[in-house]
Design a protein around this ligand. Sequence first.
Ligand code: FES
Length: 96
Amino acid sequence: MITVTVCVGSSCHVKGAREMIGRFNNFLTNHNFQDKVELKGAFCMDHCGKGINWKINEEIITSPSVEDGDKIFRKRVSEALEKNVVHKPDKRQRKT
Ligand code: FES
């Protein structure tokens, strides 16, 4: 499970955090990733003024715009889910 947390503090809110959450949620719904990615909100991440702040697991990402955040989110979530699949051991190979 990947956890994505978006700051909903006042500075990030005025930069578009709520719209970004909507876009993230649409992406997860359209790709049936809701059971693989938990989307949460959190208050100030102490990076105010630098853009919209959000996290993939514990890594803080600062996006200058909603569009930028959406693009990074799609790329990073897809990559993380792909890695999970690639790194799962193939049970058929273990029997040899
Ligand atoms: S309000 Fe988002 S980091 Fe402070």
